[in-house]
Design a binder for this molecule. Sequence first.
Ligand code: C5P
Ligand code: MG
Length: 190
Amino acid sequence: MGTVIDAATKDNDGSALASKKVTIIFVLGGPGSGKGTQCANIVQHYGYTHLSAGDLLRAERDSGSENGTMIDNMIAEGKIVPSEVTIKLLERAILETDNDKFLIDGFPRNEENRAAFESVTGIEPEFVLFFDCSEEEMTRRLLSRNQGRTDDNIETIKKRFKVYMESSLPVIEYYNSKGKVRRPIIYICP
Ligand code: C5P
Ligand code: MG
């Protein structure tokens, strides 16, 4: 079997998740590669709850939290918010949800995200779904989706691609070296 870890057995006294047994799949890929779109399809068939790290950060920003301005600035620059903030949001969402199977999309985004989540929660992903998509297609998707996001403009998109190449791809490579990466084949019906 894969890695359903009983977090209570790990050295993670500080984690609010310590008493909840969960299965987690990380969903990774570049900006605009279709992570959110495909997660919405997957939850309809497999009983997972979808959590998007980006959506949680945007909701936290809009809630008037003390971290709101910092999160807003980081998103507008395509930079990665400190792990502490994002992990707290993920932990809270997992605990608030009456399910034990989660698709976490857009996290971990860098080595700091990955290592901090593992050491704070004691949880390793069951596996990682990786959506590999060309920059050309991702740009086309980002510029046509009209979600009113401050970061879907060509200047910020370039910064997000740079962060993806420099910081996120190494995380995917890390999981690949552990045999945990799955590359789904997507059929697009005409
Ligand atoms: O995944 P999504 O494209 O919605 O993320 C939007 C932005 O949210 C990222 O460019 C980044 O600024 C922030 N983010 C983050 N850490 C994550 C996920 C997203 O800082 N793990
Ligand atoms: Mg998304």
